[in-house]
Design a protein around this ligand. Structure first.
Ligand code: XIL
Length: 856
């Protein structure tokens, strides 16, 4: 990014210290918008992009457009890393408003968070009226008297009179004044598109089309390179929306769209029309006269002009966008229609039929789509399903359903898949039309490595679902080329960062399965383990002797600032149920709140395959019961199999609960993912103020299983025995045994379990061979995984899975490790070769000869 004054950097490096104070080096950061948005971001709904329409110097500037109806919908820049309490700073910016925009008052202000409270002070002298057609400089300053500054953003916005006005910013410079130390600024990389990466459209060529958004910036430079390298279909991000196409009645803005259509044809890009009937970005005059016939006429005129003009050149249309609002009663889809859609308000529910029919008449060959967000929500999906089904039965042409796909890291790929299959069952095409995966709103200016990987895992899981369902999916469109220009830039949702560097998410999309293998959740030291005793207690609120053998564990880690009720808990299991007993210490009992989780209650979470995912899989479930034995449920709960009893005690209450196993059978020696929580309205006011947990200290156990603890299923005495989990019917067919010889560096190796030949591989006891080869080895029973380390190289192998991981690379194995009589045998050749040994096999003497590196 821009633009660190090189001389300062050199000086900083020469002096070898953080600050320089020479007056002439007071500028620590500049932005010239020649190649990118230089880290300036969107505030509100404004579109913030690098533009070559106007420039103060050079050829680029920052365009702030599509600002909607708030003055603060503008741009900002994160100054948090640079500002210190007591420091004085100056900001200079050049501003331009185009000839067609009225004179506009532009303001340099701050968004300051101090002790958790936000304020928006203006810079001193930080406002000026900018006359159209003239570059105007604004120079403002500010001294931070505040202490405990948490975040500081610079805003470049307008006053209320300038709401909606488009403006341009160029050559911004940040300086210190007085003796304020000059902050050290990390030089930012120059944006570059890596043309050597695999092209997404090629990777997915045989599955579905791969799309992105179009804006005028994509016609040249890096924005052009990245678009044309990876994508073969585009959706205009804004220029075909109703307010852009026909801002005032009868005035159609065709020029930028004509330009785009020509560009796409020249580049061989398919084009999606986006969008006709929508409640947003629709000019106030449309459908607002109060007269149904006028509204219908306006709809037809808009469609005839817009769809008609590009007939045959736009292959697919998002005819209706986001018309479903509430989903209280999905079976009556008309009751779900969004009341603030102006077309619905003016015409009634049949506005949809008219819209689809008019578009079908204007371009009979185009594909017609219904497009909406949150379609992974089963109720919303059902409403859309019912709507499209009925309209199709009536003969309305609807060819596809677009799932926008504005997801986040707790989106469930399983839920997405269910909706894809549901829609496909209507015989329509399905497209993912606006995909991005938002991460939590971070104060820092980029994702941490851990967050990037979490995002990568979500993208990988989603693209695995898309690939598995490729027969139904026509197109997957990512909503933006890079994090810098994304409409959700503050949440870093895309495949490339603001310098066009490929993120983890990119690699996850290129090879979803490989990525998921390489980035499996690894139980960390923070994963707490408790044990459940085998047996079946009575669920009656009385803690009888059956519980005696079960080891007790504490539920006393607080996810809240306030430490209220806690519990001593035990667990038991049998084939069909997990049993949980919680003795809750809670002197003030309350179920005053109407919201069940705010009442004094306990929650039980189970993750039957212990996969620790950032979303719920089908085997993950949430159950709740209050101290009055009032049950309530989260995702995937089987309501009629949750059996509970509660009893008040002296100083609290006891809960006994049976939670059904649904995807596994209880089996000794396995671990399941497990979490429990105690909700406490400690003052009896009707508000929960304390949450005690077993392990997961987040408040997201209801949609994310990653941080839960685990529960080992032990024997009737509560003793856990890993070996009890040896798969019984996995006994391998041993083809030859006893006469295989192993020679290591000239000496014979003897094993206490003789080597066996299995599927043409010589299998030997794991511990012995690793020890002989000088590697350390460990065994994780819950994941059935062997990990060995030698010379810093880690190799993992999993029982039953023909995979080996070396460092971060996954390689296929010919033979997976096997379990024989509770002992783990590993394929000798694979192990030895992974340690860089030479391996030869003599069939005549049945001898394996291993040569360590350097022992030639
Ligand atoms: C967004 C654009 O990305 C922004 O540039 C604009 O400011 C607001 O609209 N659903 C849609 C898209 O159908 O058109 C929206 O696009 C994102 C939500």
């Amino acid at each position: 990014m821009k633009r660190l004054i090189a001389s300062i950097l050199c000086l900083v490096m020469l002096l070898g210290q953080v600050y320089v104070t020479a007056a002439e080096d007071s500028t620590f950061l500049t932005a010239n918008f020649e190649k990118s948005t230089n880290g300036f971001k969107t505030r509100g709904t404004a579109t913030v992009s690098q533009s070559t329409k106007y420039a103060h110097e050079g050829t680029g500037s920052l365009e702030i457009a599509q600002r909607g109806s708030e003055a603060w919908h503008s741009t900002n820049y994160d100054l948090t890393p640079y500002v210190v309490s007591g420091g004085s700073y100056e900001v200079s910016a050049w501003i331009y408003v185009p000839e067609e925009v009225p004179a506009t008052k532009v303001i340099l202000s701050l968004e300051l968070t101090v002790d958790g409270t936000k304020s928006w002070p203006w810079l001193n002298n930080g406002a000026a009226t900018v006359e159209p057609g003239e570059w105007t400089q604004i120079v403002g300053d500010y001294t931070f008297e505040e202490t405990n500054i948490e975040t500081v953003y610079l805003n470049i916005e307008t006053d209320a009179a300038g709401i909606g006005n488009t403006y341009y910013v160029d050559d911004v410079a940040f300086s210190v004044t007085g003796d304020t130390p000059v902050p050290e600024v990390e030089p930012e990389p120059d944006p570059a598109v890596d043309m050597s990466l695999p092209s997404l459209k090629e990777v997915y060529a045989d599955r579905f089309m791969f799309g992105n958004v179009y804006g005028a910036r994509n016609k040249a430079g890096l924005d052009y390179d990245i678009l044309t390298k990876h994508y073969n279909v585009v959706t205009p991000e804004n220029i075909m929306k109703p307010d852009a196409m026909q801002p005032t009645e009868g005035n159609f803005v065709f020029a930028p769209v004509d330009d785009m259509v020509d560009f796409c044809e020249k580049e061989g890009l398919k084009l999606v029309g986006h969008t006709i009937v929508w409640h947003q970005q629709t000019p106030g005059w449309m459908a607002s006269s109060g007269d149904r016939d006028i509204a219908l006429q306006q709809l037809k005129t808009h469609i005839d002009n817009v769809v008609g003009r590009y007939k045959g050149r736009i292959y697919s249309w998002d005819v209706a966008n986001e018309v479903i609002g509430n989903t209280t009663n999905p079976d009556d889809w008309r009751s779900c229609l969004r009341e603030n859609n102006p077309w619905y308000a003016a015409i009634g529910p049949d506005f949809l039929e008219y819209a689809f029919n008019y578009v079908a008449e204007a371009d009979p060959n185009a594909l017609l789509y219904y497009n909406d967000y949150n379609l992974d929500d089963p109720a919303k999906a059902q409403a859309v399903y019912n709507m499209v089904k009925e309209l199709k039965e009536k003969g309305v042409k609807i060819d596809g359903i677009g799932m926008q796909g504005h997801y986040n890291s707790s989106t469930s790929p399983m839920a997405v898949e269910k909706s894809i299959k549901l829609f496909a069952s209507l015989g329509v095409k399905v497209s993912i039309t606006e995909l991005d995966v938002a991460m939590a709103n971070m104060a820092s200016s980029k994702l941490s490595e851990e967050e990037e990987i979490a995002q990568g895992r979500t993208y990988a899981a989603l693209f695995k679902v898309f690939s598995d369902n490729a027969e139904y999916i026509e197109r997957v469109t990512i909503w933006g080329t890079d994090d810098g220009t994304s409409w959700r830039a503050d949440k870093y949702p895309l495949l490339f960062d603001k310098y066009f560097g490929a993120k983890e998410a990119f690699y996850a999309v290129v090879d979803p399965e490989g990525y998921m293998e390489e980035h499996k959740f690894v139980a960390s030291a923070a994963t707490r383990t408790a044990y459940a005793a085998k047996g079946t207690p009575a669920i009656d609120g009385t803690v009888e002797s059956a519980w005696d053998a079960a080891p007790e564990f504490d539920v006393n880690n607080y996810a809240t600032a306030w430490s209220g009720a806690s519990a001593k808990a035990k667990a038991m299991w049998d084939e069909n149920y997990l049993y949980v007993m919680m003795n809750v210490k809670d002197p003030v009992l309350s179920d005053k709140s109407e919201v069940v989780h705010e009442q004094d209650s306990v929650e039980i979470f189970i993750d039957q395959n212990n996969a620790k995912t950032p979303y719920y899989e089908d085997d993950d479930a949430q159950y709740r019961v209050s101290y009055t034995n009032n049950q309530s449920f989260g995702s995937n709960a089987v309501t009629d199999k949750f059996i509970t009893a509660t009893k008040e005690t002296n100083g609290g209450y006891v809960v006994e609960a049976a939670v059904p196993f649904t995807t596994i059978k209880g089996q000794e020696g396995i671990y399941i993912g497990f979490e429990v929580q105690v909700n406490d309205d400690s003052k009896g006011t009707g508000a929960r103020d304390s949450i005690a947990k077993f392990c997961d200290l987040t408040d997201f156990s209801y949609n994310n299983t990653e941080k839960w603890g685990q529960l080992g299923l032990a024997d009737a005495n509560g003793v856990f025995n890993e070996a009890a989990n040896t798969p019984v019917d996995d006994t391998p067919v041993v083809e030859a045994e006893g006469d295989i010889k192993v020679i290591l560096d000239g000496g014979s190796l003897l094993f206490d379990v003789v080597p066996v030949m299995y599927n043409n591989s010589v299998m030997v006891p794991m511990r012995k061979i690793y020890t002989e080869l000088g590697a350390s080895v460990s065994w994780d029973n819950s994941k059935q995984t062997i990990t060995s380390v030698k010379d810093g190289v880690t190799v993992q192998m999993q029982i039953g899975t023909a995979l080996i991981r070396k460092g971060d690379k996954v390689e296929a194995l010919i033979q997976a490790p096997i379990l024989v009589d509770g002992r783990t045998l590993v394929p000798l050749r694979t192990v030895a070769e992974s340690m860089n040994c030479g391996v030869t096999w003599d069939d005549g003497t049945k001898t394996v000869t291993i040569t360590s590196p350097g022992k030639e």
